[in-house]
Design a protein around this ligand. Structure first.
Ligand SMILES: [Zn+2]
Length: 56
């Protein structure tokens, strides 16, 4: 990926368990869970989060 983008941003993801669409920070300081079903959507890694579900 060589496109220049802001250092950090918000992304929209879709939970694959319940279909909930949620806006999340792409560098979360803690794990991000689905607000509906508590599935782990984005894992905190200290840098760019590891996204476990589909980006939309
Ligand atoms: Zn969910």
């Amino acid at each position: 990926m060589s496109k220049s983008k802001p250092e950090s941003s918000f992304i929209k993801v879709k939970c694959d368990e319940c279909g909930n669409e949620q806006t999340v920070f792409d560098k979360p300081s803690r794990n991000v869970l689905c607000l509906v079903c508590d599935r782990l959507l984005v894992e905190s890694t200290g840098g760019k989060g590891k996204i476990n579900v589909e980006k939309i």
